[in-house]
Design a protein around this ligand. Structure first.
Ligand code: ZN
Length: 74
């Protein structure tokens, strides 16, 4: 079984931990529902991106692909 070759001193640990800090997320407000949302992503609460609903189109596309695969299999 492998063993550590050298003692890890407290300064070694602290130098490594200097990069562990978390950065705050850049949050903007959704122009439609005014709730906080991440930039360049569809709003999690209303599902709009650039003024149009994108989650609805994803659901429709998924249903269409399921129908197509069923037709091919049958
Ligand atoms: Zn929204």
């Amino acid at each position: 079984m492998g063993l550590p070759g050298h003692r890890r001193t407290s300064s070694h640990k602290h130098r490594r931990a200097a990069h562990f800090a978390l950065t705050a997320k850049n949050v903007r407000l959704c122009p439609k529902c005014n709730k906080p949302a991440l930039p360049h992503r569809a709003c999690a609460s209303c599902g709009t991106y650039k003024g149009r609903n994108v989650t609805q189109s994803i659901v429709v596309k998924k249903i269409n692909t399921v129908k197509k695969t069923k037709k091919v299999a049958a």
